[in-house]
Design a binder for this molecule. Structure first.
Ligand code: NAD
Length: 213
């Protein structure tokens, strides 16, 4: 398969959320038009996004909700739980560790690391905080797949390097900086301040928003 646009992967996550709600309501069938309405995209876009991965519906009959939901979970790799660890247990790291609904998703927080002696050795949200030097051992022992970076910007690259050296292949980076990783590692930036700047642009320039295709 050739590459898939990042925006398509983001929309697949949205379609999955909609399908999960439909299934919870006992709805058995849906259509690209309905998914499009809910996701605020066009039906053409829904069909195009799904077409990267095969044929799912029947022309005229739409999609079977549980089947399409199962297929999207498979495509997104959500048929297994993922183990995650947090590097940096400050204001943001603590809030994530306390987030009650984490395990409702397909991700389990199993590790946390910091350098502050006042935090190391304690437990938060049922997760033990280890010193960052323990990262390779804990990642190996707990089978950590994903690292969250919630350290100050200046420590972010070092945290990423430690995660990559330990074998982690997915990083959710909350620090407002671009980190360098080898090409087999994927970094997802989470930058709400960047989101605010985009908001400011679109509030001032609503006519420049992309049209539905
Ligand atoms: P914070 O200062 O409260 O916490 C940072 C934590 O990282 C501290 O516990 C510190 O001891 C630890 N740390 C420092 N160096 C480390 C290292 N080398 N290894 C392991 N741990 C280390 O910061 P915060 O407010 O939680 O923000 C964390 C990151 O998230 C920052 O990059 C910040 O810009 C970003 N961010 C924060 C918020 C927020 O609302 N707090 C929002 C968006 C982004």
């Amino acid at each position: 398969m050739s590459s898939v646009p990042t925006a398509t992967v983001s929309r697949l996550v949205t379609y999955l959320r909609i399908l999960t709600q439909l299934e919870a309501q006992g709805v058995k069938k849906t259509s690209s038009e309905h998914l499009a309405d809910e996701a605020q995209v066009s039906a053409f876009q829904v069909r195009k996004d799904l077409a990267y991965f095969g044929r799912f519906g029947t022309r005229g009959a739409g999609y079977t909700v549980p089947t399409l939901r199962r297929e999207l979970r498979r495509i997104l790799g959500l048929t297994r739980p993922w183990s995650a660890a947090i590097v940096g247990v400050g204001r943001l790291g603590e809030a994530i560790l306390h987030y009650p609904n984490f395990s409702d998703y397909d991700f389990v927080l199993k590790g946390a690391f910091d350098i502050d002696p006042n935090k190391v050795g304690f437990e938060l949200g049922g997760v033990k905080i280890d010193h960052i030097d323990e990262l390779p051992r804990v990642v190996r022992e707990k089978g950590i797949d994903i690292g969250f970076i919630t350290v100050p910007q200046t420590a972010a690259q070092g945290a990423a390097d430690a995660l990559v050296r330990a074998g982690v292949r997915g990083i959710l980076n909350f620090a407002p900086t671009i980190i360098d990783v080898p090409k087999e590692v994927h970094v997802e930036p989470v930058d709400f301040l960047a989101g605010l700047k985009r908001l400011s642009f679109y509030i001032l320039n609503p006519q420049l928003r992309e049209e539905l295709v």
